[in-house]
Ligand binder design. Sequence first.
Ligand SMILES: *Cc1c(COP(=O)(O)O)cnc(C)c1O
Length: 380
Amino acid sequence: MSKKNIRLFKPSLDNEEINAVKKVFSKSWLGLGEEVNKFEKEFCKFINSKYAIGVNSGTAALDLAVKSFDFNKNKNILVNNLSFVSSASCIVNNGLEPILIDCEEDNLGFDINDAKKKINKNTVAIVIVHYGGVPANLKKIIPFAKKNNLKIIEDCAHCLGVKYLNKKLGTFGDVGCFSFEEKKGITTGDGGMVVTNNHKLFSNIKRNRWLGIDKETWIRKNDYTNLKSNNNKHWFYKIDSLGYKYNMNDLAAAIGRVQLKKIKKFINKKQIIANKYYKFLSQCKHVKLSFEYSNQFGAYWLMCIRVKERDKFIKFLKRKMIPTGVHYIPISNLDYYKKYKSSTPKTDRIWKELVSLPYHSELKIKDVEYICKMIIAFYK
Ligand SMILES: *Cc1c(COP(=O)(O)O)cnc(C)c1O
């Protein structure tokens, strides 16, 4: 059989990104600088938020977001159990307890009814994951959060550019966190962005992404050499909080700026592929689609299906040169996080059926046809 080289995920990059990187090289300023600043401004405009802060991963974005509220110890935060570990590690890393919430049967997102059962007097926030790029049930989650005085942190690693009720996801809560890891909606290799409309949170996050330092070198670089400047204390800075080295750099930002310009194109391509999958798979009675796949919000991040005998299914596709994934092992099943186990019967049952199929903007329609044909072959 010919080698197919179908990828599960694949970033879409070309000469435009290379040229942007070359420009940064020629300036010889690779660290936190003007490119990051420009990317942040463009990102604000795209998402329609007041502030954006560029960081070096989605995980860093979440860590900084939780930190920015300065919650007291002994508090807890509600979070989807069916998610990537970063959704919960940001809570633990800030000295708080994650309360793991079950998923909804029909879209695998945050189950508000389970949250209502598990909230207690020490609950201070929710980390909402818009799982797979499907908006969480915000019509119920937002009033619930308001009533109980909970902060909302949106984990938008799957949903860059997704619109809901005429607003981009990431602007519904107090803070939104995005990932530009190589498999995500756009990529900078690794990278992330925090968005907020709250100036206090913004300045806290901005300072703490660079060790708590109150100014940034690129802004004052002229002070070093400008003879007209009488400021001989240009080297002076203050630190009054415990920060991280989490800043984005100009190389990553230069790639990100090009990628952001292409996002509409990526979304359109992924919608065409999703439609093709949907047409096939919605007719296969052995396969259950994890979401509705109606393309009404933007692009899904996952082509996620549910099958019985999942492991046999994965093995079969592997032999046909089709890569697959499982998103995710529930957080409560990860050894370190077992101490946070709480009852999530739907997640425990459903995750054993989950399979992610190849899905990215570079995937060819003929490969989608091949994948669907092989799925049908498995059931023959
Ligand atoms: C990818 C991902 C993250 C982390 O992003 P990184 O950029 O890889 O650190 C966080 N949450 C979810 C749901 C993710 O899928």
